[in-house]
Design a protein around this ligand. Sequence first.
Ligand code: AR6
Length: 183
Amino acid sequence: MEQIIGNQKLILEVGDIAEKQTDAIVNPVNGRLSGGGTVDEAIRRHAGDGLTKELADLFKNQLRSEQLPTGEAMITSGHDAPVKYIIHARGPVWDGEKEARQKELAKTYTNCLLLAKEHGVKSIAFPSISTGIYHFPINLAAKVALKTVVEFLQEGDFGDVTFTLFSERSYEVYVNELKELLK
Ligand code: AR6
């Protein structure tokens, strides 16, 4: 599904984010940038050891071995992945506290977009952050993610945003939530 917002595209698709060739892709990480998840592992497989080394260095030297706070994002080069940048973002872990977790998820998407804009990114692909190992309910996550991205795109000149979902089911959830949002 594709929606034009201003002169920008919002695209929903089914696919493997590790294979995207946008300027940037977003990698949902844990606070220690230590890997282990489904997207995180797929992206590391494509980006190679250089990425793992750069993330370890970021954790040690930039974060001073303090965990990346929830909602925050950091940027690395793409290494062997076919992208200029990889934006590593820590989404919220679902614990049932709807208001607080929704705010954190919205902040995660906004911080990724702001960091991308700072680096001249004109096309970015997001997975469905926090809806895997972090168990965020996907309907609510889609509502928050799409509202945050649509409002960001309505503000002005960013570029194209793609949500690369990993299953038809996830894709349908996002399609339905986007239709609801744009009604
Ligand atoms: N392409 C696109 N989407 C995918 C792919 C893929 N290749 N693989 C899985 N998904 P997750 P989280 C979907 O668990 O919930 C790691 O341990 C998947 O179906 O990667 O934010 C990190 O280090 C799900 O809907 O991210 C963190 O500790 C969504 O992407 C933790 O997992 C996100 O799945 C982050 O958990």
